[in-house]
Ligand binder design. Sequence first.
Ligand SMILES: O=c1ccn([C@H]2C[C@H](O)[C@@H](CO)O2)c(=O)[nH]1
Ligand SMILES: [Zn+2]
Length: 137
Amino acid sequence: MPAQELTQEVKQNLVNLAMQAKDRSYSPYSKFRVGAALLTEDGTLFQGGNIENASFGATVCAERTTYCKAISEGHTKFVALAVSSDEENYISPCGICRQFISEFGPDDLPVLLSNTKGEFTETTIEGLLPFIFRLDH
Ligand SMILES: O=c1ccn([C@H]2C[C@H](O)[C@@H](CO)O2)c(=O)[nH]1
Ligand SMILES: [Zn+2]
């Protein structure tokens, strides 16, 4: 699915999937559930939640869970990412996730930041992480 086919309907569906992915968050420590959904170029959709650990630093964010699922299943071309939490306001990926996501590109990957109502604001990975540091740079 080329990026230009990223209609409002496709975006809203991705946001809804990110909201749904919170249900599988494992976050007994922070009780801060995060869900992400990722659309790949061939139209495959991946979902993931944050996975916490008693050793807090071992925690994996929802975004990286989702990317690891996709990449380990052979998908490396991405069209859009949505992120959702239980916060009233939009949340956006942490610094580690911004770096992790930017590895795969594209620089203008749409990142949809949603609130609990399913409303979202849109940015890009380059907007979240200017001057991306990557292998091909
Ligand atoms: O964009 C974000 C921000 C935070 N978290 C997770 C990490 C931790 O489990 C919890 C609180 O920071 O939320 C994510 O999954 N994604
Ligand atoms: Zn993160």
